[in-house]
Design a binder for this molecule. Sequence first.
Ligand SMILES: [Fe+2]
Length: 670
Amino acid sequence: MAFSTCAAFIAFAVLSVLGGQGMPIRGSHVTTLTMHDGSIGEIARKVKMLSDNGRAQHITERELDYRRTCAGLHQPLERLRVHAVKQRLDPKIHIQLDRQFLERGSGDWFNVSWSGVTDPRYDDWIALVAPSDANLSETAPAKWKFAAGDPKHVITGSGSLRFRLISYRADVAFALMRNGFDTPQEVARSQPIKRSLSSKPCSSAGAVTVRLLNPNEPLQVHLALTGSPSEMRVQWNTREAGSTPQVRWGPKSVKYDDRDGLGFAGGSDGPAYPSTAAADTSRYGIEDLCGGAATSAGWVDAGHHHVALLTGLRPATRYYYRVGDPDGDGGWSPEFSFLSSPEISPDETVHILAVADMGQAEVDGSLEGSEMIPSLNTTRRMIEEAAASPYSLLLHIGDISYARGYSTQWDNFMHQIEPLAARMPYMVAPGNHERDWPGSGDFFGVEDSGGECGVAYERRFPMPYPGKDKQWYAFAYGPIFFILYSTEHPVGPGSEQYEFIVQALRGVDRRRTPWLVVAGHRPIYVASTNANWPDGDQPVSELLRDALEDLFLEHAVDMTLQGHHHSYQRTCPLYRGVCQPSNDDGTAAAPVHVVLGHAGAGLSLNIVDPLPAWLENLGLWWGYVRMKVSRSQLLVEVVGDDDGHFMDSFELRKPANWGKKYMEVHTRSL
Ligand SMILES: [Fe+2]
């Protein structure tokens, strides 16, 4: 979205909404940390520094200066002028690591120490170079920390910091950089150590380059629905294509461990699940992307993506699986499990999580200026929810990783989301930060994807799209029918997407799925002051209303889900800007529109004042949405990411026979 600036990031650090109660909706109960008092000025403020573990962070003067100048950046790597980097190695400066090997792509901690800086400054920084031989004047580092994060650096010219490393499918190195981000100089680079995998040294003292033991380890495992309840897609990532990538799966857990103590042995028979699903493999290269960072400083080889289809699943059944390649050297993933889709029936009850605009952040505190640090809390809370409750579907309504052309940031995001996305289907819609790029076929033609133009998104998320760059689809899930559409593509009457939405709406059998929810990234209604043309919140919402609002009313859409504006907002049952009284049977007479763009990105504080009458709840805090859906109830709870408080809760209700009556009346009217 457009407003979220450095100010919004700083707000993350200093803003806490202390009081005010939202308005109830049809008997629902709304609790604390929301506001509905007509004025943003009523929000009390206090200083609250958050890190991923909730503790206060040490902040250097240089970091604060950096934060003051990061206006408009969703992706902190954009702060670095990569092509201005000069390499002037200083033999007096040394970098050492306490370990040499990264054994697991899932993340290990390394201590990086340095010495020999004779005139230490606050704008010295330590960069993670991926791959280890990357030219930093051509390729952005994967992350950095200010050297002054160790306070003794500015006194002694030496220090140490801890970094958490995941697999980027290659060896990595560290560099000591000087002169900040505008005229950076690389003065020291850890050097490759040439050893074979079979000659692991007894001591790693003095090690300077991190050797990745298993570059073909299966990474970034995630699931997706296909539109058929008896199927599930499984996707993962490795460096090489391999020869027989596959999923082994079945209804029971299978013990298996092929590690030989150094890496992965490979070549074994693999885990003995009763079923195997072969994968199709693809990759995208720099030639597939459209420009910007994606085809320059942000490009790092993204490896190969494997997609396998599991078929013949029984409804609402837990299945266990691992991904790997019995003929490769990458070994097998840990065992994951998922709950297959329920039957399409009003008698099913389903539990669903939903987010938008989440992004990712570094658990080791790297990329200090990132506005996405709350995404760590949101992710962690949802993982805890999923472990304790029967959540079986995760929706992400656009602005997913905010990689914006820096492919290592996709690696970070996919690693962060894997604990959720490997255990429940992860169904996504494109946002401006996945799709938009001038001349690439999207609706707005702005540069928000950093040149990815939807390619990285589409390859990474095998949604049941009708075709390439047709990023809209529909599926039924228990008693609810979803339509996920793209606000980044033409959606007005006459467009292909519009016709798809019309046909999808007409095809819903409300006797089977009494609930109908439509989701797209940009809001249809939003209390935002952003009226910029052409992609500001207000002109876009007006455009969407003109295109879709009558359709949604005609087909009794119950709720819409959106993001883009980094806040939580919920309307009354609304049509043409007017709250609608309930129907005689107590059901809502128009859709409730929900903005849930508060999952991790810097909050949007550009709220209109006074608030519109149709806005029943506004939350300026981070969190996520959880839903419980049965035949007669759609319960929505909005959970704060810090302590799990309810930012909002509301429910929609229908009589048990509503679907039958609706279809009798509605079918006659068509
Ligand atoms: Fe957005």
